[in-house]
Ligand binder design. Structure first.
Ligand code: AOF
Ligand code: ZN
Length: 355
């Protein structure tokens, strides 16, 4: 039905408002419709808070529309949950409110739900329709789906290179490649991901802060590769201003399992991997267990190349500036398929997807 698409578009729009505050939960929106009018709507606003369906039902009741619920259709972007997590099951709520029909965009891959929410509602006599605008829903929650389907975070590789294909000088002396607007955009992107990762050389030579300061948003967890624990503690990444994990061969203290407690991590945490070819895979599995849903990888070249080689990546965002260096560290070759490009000041950004 065309109107199903229209209402689901509205629900997806609402879900989007949760970006940046619901991870590791999915972004979810919900619209309740009675005779072609919205009588209540809501979205999941923050991790641990009420789910979208709860907000939408509350909204309908607050507007005095509670009595219309049994004659209404609920549009929700994710299968209503059937489990008690931080909040009670949404499927039970919709059954209790006796709604007429529920239209769902995506099934919930969480094994605690995965079809049970749908079944529960159908068993209670609610008509349920699935997969309305499912590819938009998948794109919206790609980080959440990747975590459950591939047991790893969603990986975005980013780098800036000169027009002759260099990342910087061999001797590490600083060189500004991308424009100030590009840099602001990169900080916005940092704020959208759970973690940011750099290799040993980048941490040592560039001494980056890896925070969000050219945009407004939350700082990601810093993930630093320091296999033999030899990075000096005078580096910015050890400043205890942001949750930080050092990936190494020797020591384990790890982040807490619940993301809301990362901020309490008063000192740097250590994640151990075994020296083996699948180091990246081991690390990604561990981050996934720590509920880190996405990682923004900012270099350097060896780290970027090893992600590209293992195939364990989802997106590349490459900036090419007009600067010419003549010599230096060669930029990696992007893989996957080109999905788009745009100009920011003098920089050309090209985007790739691994499919
Ligand atoms: C819904 N509606 O708006 C969301 C759902 O710990 P909890 O109680 O917040 O549960 C988190 C899980 O619930 C999450 O992993 C996902 O499976 C589902 N999210 N479900 O019915 C919502 N955000
Ligand atoms: Zn729920």
């Amino acid at each position: 039905m065309n109107s199903d698409i229209q209402w689901m578009q509205r629900a997806l729009k609402l879900a989007e408002y949760g970006r940046g505050s619901v991870s590791p939960n999915p972004m979810v929106g919900c619209v309740i419709v009675h005779q072609d009018k919205i009588i209540g709507e809501g979205w999941h606003r923050y991790y641990g808070g009420p789910h979208a369906e709860v907000r939408a039902v509350e909204d309908a009741e607050k507007r005095g529309n509670g009595a219309l619920l049994p004659e209404s259709t609920v549009y929700v972007t994710l299968e209503p949950c059937s489990h008690t997590g931080k909040t009670p099951p949404c499927a039970d709520l919709l059954i209790r409110k006796n709604v007429k029909r529920v239209v769902v965009c995506n099934g919930d891959p969480n094994p605690l739900v995965s079809g049970n929410g749908i079944r529960k509602m159908q068993d209670a006599g609610i008509k349920v329709d699935l997969d309305v605008l499912s590819s938009q829903g998948y794109e919206l929650n790609k980080r959440f789906f990747t975590g459950f389907k591939q047991n790893r975070p969603y990986i975005i590789l980013k780098w800036a290179e000169t027009s002759d294909g260099f990342l910087g000088h061999e001797n590490g002396s600083p060189v500004a490649i991308s424009s100030e607007f590009s840099n602001m955009r990169v900080h916005k992107w940092r704020s959208e991901e759970d973690a940011i990762l750099v290799g040993f050389n980048t941490a040592l030579v560039d001494n980056p802060k890896l925070n969000v300061r050219k945009w407004v948003g939350k700082d990601p967890v810093r993930v630093i590769l320091d296999r033999n624990l030899i990075l000096p503690e005078t580096l910015h990444v050890f400043d205890n201003r942001q949750p930080t994990v050092i990936v190494n061969y020797k020591q384990q203290s790890d982040l807490p399992a619940e993301p809301e407690r990362y901020a309490d991590t008063s000192s740097v945490a250590y994640t151990q991997v075994n020296p083996a070819a699948d180091e990246i895979q081991q690390l990604l599995y561990k981050l996934n267990q720590r509920k880190i849903q996405s990682v923004f990888v900012e270099g350097g070249p060896a780290v970027l190349t090893s992600f590209i080689k293992t195939g364990l990546w989802d997106e590349i965002r490459r900036c090419q500036s007009t600067k010419i260096l003549g010599e230096g560290i060669k930029a990696p070759a992007p893989g996957g398929i080109l999905t788009g490009s745009e100009k920011i000041q003098d920089d050309l950004w090209t985007y790739y997807k691994n499919i």
